[in-house]
Design a protein around this ligand. Structure first.
Ligand SMILES: [Zn+2]
Length: 132
């Protein structure tokens, strides 16, 4: 499929666009929960929708069902600091993500996830490092 066809399809079908958007969020973190690093199974609204949080990239982070459920409507940073898996590098990554600086957020997450550093030699990761 040509890229232009994809754009056209997404305009025709908002659901498809939302699905692609959610997928792209998961791909940013290599399908890991931004809070604890487990596989991300959901998208968490950092500022809950019940408090006016928007469904935009700057407010939506990949998270596992456990974190998403436990955090519920609490303030994300207050909740996160109380968790056993709290990692200041991840907290910084979340802040960068909320600022819309996904590139920085991804670098911080790679830093916080030593197991995945072996994959940091992929062209994509090199690109991120060089561009930053
Ligand atoms: Zn989690």
């Amino acid at each position: 499929m040509h890229a232009s066809d994809a754009v056209f399809l997404e305009e025709l079908c908002p659901k498809l666009r939302v699905r692609h958007w959610r997928q792209s969020l998961h791909e940013h973190t290599q399908r890991c929960c931004i809070y604890c690093g487990k596989p991300s199974e959901s998208i968490d609204h950092v500022l809950p929708r019940s408090r006016g949080g928007l469904s935009v990239t700057e407010n939506c982070v990949p998270s596992c069902l456990s974190c998403n459920g436990h955090k519920s409507d609490s303030d994300a940073f207050q909740w996160y600091r109380r968790q056993r898996f709290y990692d200041p590098r991840r907290a910084m990554a979340i802040r960068a993500w909320l600022d819309g600086d996904l590139r920085l957020a991804i670098r911080l997450l790679q830093w916080a996830t030593p197991d995945q550093n072996s994959e940091a030699t992929t062209p994509q990761a090199n690109l991120n490092l060089q561009a930053a």
